[in-house]
Design a protein around this ligand. Structure first.
Ligand SMILES: Cc1cc2nc3c(=O)[nH]c(=O)nc-3n(C[C@H](O)[C@H](O)[C@H](O)COP(=O)(O)OP(=O)(O)OC[C@H]3O[C@@H](n4cnc5c(N)ncnc54)[C@H](O)[C@@H]3O)c2cc1C
Length: 243
């Protein structure tokens, strides 16, 4: 894994999805280390003096492969004090500081598993976006079969559905199922993600590794169900714990 660095970046795009969720594109002033899909950065809004302490910050998964070593995409949902500040203050042209890359949420064939099921709730999709972006760049998947289950409250909050659809059409072995809580629409399925149904639809837990990312309550409940009721080994369930 690359050594983390501190970097100053300018915000060059802001996309507000609803009152509580926005995406930001940052351009780093300096060339960044190579990111592995699934990694995250610390983001601060305060000026950082490299001879002093790192200011208050929060961590966010990088939603792209950072192929050009400068452009980072983040999608941030308002939770508490600091994310409220981010959504309220960050505008195009503003500078921010980042620190990274960190983390090891990388999708690969663990313990001989050849299939991966990725389960994302809401903004929990971000680490999987970096994986999808990278797979499109290299035109290959690291496993024989990858199925993405992506659920959000509304169709409009399936922010990265176009990327998921592109992977499904261009990468052999990649499939996606899109769910919107508030009703089915076109090929979007209506309702909440259910891990029992996902396991049934993807042919059982044998030879499959599950990657879970999203609200903590969802992740913990899916993790327990997979291991305690559906026969998955602990090593077959990998979570991106956002707490
Ligand atoms: C690996 C990882 C990846 C993540 N990726 C994303 C993402 O892509 N998108 C997204 O929306 N969210 C992501 N999150 C969640 C995000 O980091 C939290 O939503 C955010 O930290 C909430 O901060 P808050 O100030 O709004 O909430 P608060 O509830 O106010 O604070 C959240 C936590 O920050 C800590 N904290 C409070 N005050 C301070 C302080 N002064 N200094 C330092 N820490 C303090 C506390 O432990 C508190 O529990 C990720 C989290 C993790 C761990």
């Amino acid at each position: 894994m690359a050594q983390p660095v501190h970097f100053k970046a300018v915000v060059d795009r802001v996309e507000q999805h609803d009152a509580d969720v926005a995406s930001f594109r940052l351009i780093s002033e300096k060339r960044l280390p190579r990111f592995t899909p699934g990694q995250f950065i610390h983001l601060t809004l305060d000026e950082y003096d490299p001879s002093g302490y790192w200011p208050e910050s929060r961590v966010f998964s990088v939603a792209n492969a950072v192929a050009d070593r400068r452009t980072l995409e983040l999608t941030i949902s308002r939770q508490g004090r600091y994310t409220r500040r981010i959504l309220g203050e960050v505008r195009v042209g503003r500078s921010v500081w980042g620190k990274g890359p960190y983390g090891e949420f990388s999708i690969e064939g663990r313990n001989g598993c050849e299939r991966a099921v990725l389960i994302a709730g809401g903004t929990g999709i971000t680490p999987f976006c970096a994986f999808m972006d990278d797979a499109l760049h290299v035109r290959a998947l690291p496993l024989k079969q990858v199925t993405l289950y992506y659920g959000a409250r509304t169709p409009g909050l399936l922010i990265y559905q176009a990327l998921a659809r592109r992977c499904a059409s261009e990468l052999p072995g990649f499939r996606t199922e899109l769910w919107a809580e508030h009703g089915a629409f076109g090929d979007l399925r209506g309702g909440r993600l259910s891990v029992d149904q996902i396991v049934r639809e993807t042919g059982g837990t044998d030879g499959t590794v599950y990657y879970l990312s999203g609200p903590m309550a969802m992740i913990r409940s899916f993790q327990r169900t997979l291991i305690d009721q559906l026969g998955a080994e602990t090593a077959q369930v990998v979570i991106d714990a956002w707490e």
